[in-house]
Design a protein around this ligand. Structure first.
Ligand code: MG
Length: 296
């Protein structure tokens, strides 16, 4: 946590009175809560992956790991019942899955521009995946920035090279993984409220009703600062089900319900329809977009 350490050193300079000591103590406590929150969020996923990897050699026939994987997918976006236009975009193709949630007067163009930029990626060499995604995000940030009128977009996407799945994420859209019946959120929201939660300054209950819960700390376009996306190569297993969705789904449909649709619907096209229906029956207050991809 280089950022956390840096802040502590500054706060530690020149304790003048009890107040600055108390501030330093609060700073250390906030830092430690952040470390604990980060660790806890990853612990369950790591335990699960270790368990899976340990069991794999004994229980899985060799052919399952060498056969080429097939991916079935579907994408759907919906205006909802309240908004005047649909600024959410969703795309799924043989190599790319993406959702984007545009904002500002030209948010619809912002979200489609971001996804179009990812669609320009040609075949990616093994080992080059993260560089390609970072370069594309930088280009998308500039292209969305040129749209102007303080418009911007979130972007959560996965790129499949045939052997690797790369994840890129900026903003508060989300990626989830359903593996062997267990359901994980595999992205971290880039929101002010999530940062406050990570720092232990608010509780999960307070986060849910916080007046600034939709305020983004990172997005494409909308600011001069280049975004620092979450970027990684994820391990892929036969049977995995990935969901990418905008907050029109994750904020209006309970995680358990989302999980049940993913687990209980065989065809990805039925799953995306089911998720949009749940968002609509919850009021459809926001645009909603989702992609479901099944690894077979
Ligand atoms: Mg939204």
């Amino acid at each position: 946590m280089p950022g956390g350490n840096g802040r502590l050193v500054e706060e530690g300079e020149g304790f003048a009175d009890d107040r600055s000591v108390r501030a330093a103590v609060a700073g250390i406590r906030a830092y430690w809560l952040r470390v604990e929150a980060d660790t806890a969020a990853r612990r369950e996923l790591v335990d699960f992956l270790v368990e899976q990897l340990s069991g794999r050699d004994d229980t899985m026939p060799q052919t399952q790991t060498t056969e080429p994987m097939r991916i079935r997918y579907a994408a759907l976006s919906d205006q909802g019942t309240v908004r005047a236009e649909n600024q959410d975009a969703a795309y799924a193709g043989p190599r790319l899955f993406a959702v984007a949630d545009g904002f500002g007067a030209r948010g619809e163009m912002a979200s489609s521009t971001a996804i179009d930029m990812l669609r320009t990626i040609d075949a990616v060499e093994a080992g080059d995946l993260l560089n390609v995604l970072q370069d594309t995000v930088d280009r998308a940030h500039r292209a969305v920035g040129e749209i102007g009128e303080e418009s911007g977009t979130t972007l959560t996407a996965m790129l499949w090279t045939g052997s690797e799945l790369g994840l890129v994420h900026i903003g508060d859209s989300r990626a989830y993984l359903l593996r062997d019946g267990r359901f994980f959120q595999i992205t971290h929201d880039h929101t002010l409220v999530q940062s406050m939660l990570d720092e232990g300054r608010i509780t999960p209950q307070e986060a849910e009703s916080h007046p600034q819960r939709t305020l983004l700390v990172q997005a494409l376009g909308g600011s001069e600062t280049s975004p620092e996306p979450e970027l990684r190569v994820t391990d892929v297993q036969a049977g995995d089900r990935y969901l990418l969705c905008t907050d029109g789904i994750s904020r209006s449909v309970a995680a358990g319900e989302i999980r049940d649709v993913l687990a209980g619907t065989e065809d990805p096209a039925d799953a995306v329809r089911g998720l949009i229906e749940l968002a609509t029956s919850a009021g459809g207050a926001d645009n909603a977009a989702c992609v479901v991809a099944s690894i077979e």
